[in-house]
Design a protein around this ligand. Structure first.
Ligand code: TYD
Length: 210
């Protein structure tokens, strides 16, 4: 049986990833394509526990390298427990965030260095790069404005970062887009959810059918 595709979704806070992923899921389900939708940090019991430590608003004194290691630890557990078994069964995995989030947030925006963060993540992912990554491109000012308007969204420790941090995250993603043009596909997140989801679905359908 063919292995499933490992597909990751990236973007700044408030770019609409979760909404678009839900819509893409509906389109995949309608076509009877087997897939699993999951998220990082978290996605399994142990990984969710690590997520709670990372995103707890009370943990203001968290050291940047500790934060990067916790994300990598959560990623490892999620990969082994959820992602790999599904892929082996021929199920496509759609992950809301993965490696590139750590490179943009911890590596670039926190200033640890993308290469340093990549190297600790190599240990965690053991060569398991995504087959394809969608970057939902929305300037951070617009993402933050969307978050402020959305009263049902829970505000986490990283949402509370200053505007400058989110600008740096965005710059980090732009660097990744340049460095990995074959793996990362840019999606214009100023479009409607329907347009974005259809664009993503069409790219996925082509890859899946090939
Ligand atoms: P979450 O509530 O899942 O936000 P979103 O819906 O935007 O994905 O919170 C995840 C936060 O963690 C988000 O601000 C991005 C951040 N993050 C990192 O800083 N590094 C990482 O490796 C990952 C996976 C997430």
């Amino acid at each position: 049986m063919a292995r499933g595709l490992f597909l990751t979704f990236e973007g700044c806070d408030g770019c609409g990833k979760t909404t678009v992923l839900n819509r893409v899921s509906v389109l995949l389900r309608e076509k009877g394509i087997p897939f699993l939708l999951t998220r990082e940090p978290g996605g399994s019991k142990i990984a969710e526990e690590i997520r709670n430590v990372i995103l707890d608003k009370k943990n203001t004194e968290m050291d940047p390298r500790c934060e990067a290691l916790l994300y990598a630890a959560s990623r490892r557990q999620h990969l082994v427990e959820i992602v790999l078994p599904a892929l082996e069964k021929g199920i496509h995995v759609l992950s809301d965030r993965y490696l590139d989030s750590s490179l943009a947030y911890q590596g670039y925006a926190r200033g640890i260095g993308m290469e340093e963060v990549y190297s600790i993540n190599l240990f965690a992912i053991d060569g398991m790069l995504p087959d394809l990554t969608f970057f939902l491109d929305l300037p951070p000012e617009e993402g933050l404005a969307r978050i402020r308007k959305n009263e049902t969204r829970e505000v986490n420790r990283l949402d509370l970062e200053k505007e400058n941090f989110h600008k740096k995250v965005y710059e980090g993603y732009k660097i990744l887009l340049e460095n990995y043009p074959e793996r990362i596909v840019r999606i214009d997140a100023k479009k409607t959810v329907e347009e974005e989801s259809q664009e993503i679905f069409d790219i996925l359908a082509k890859r899946i059918m090939r």
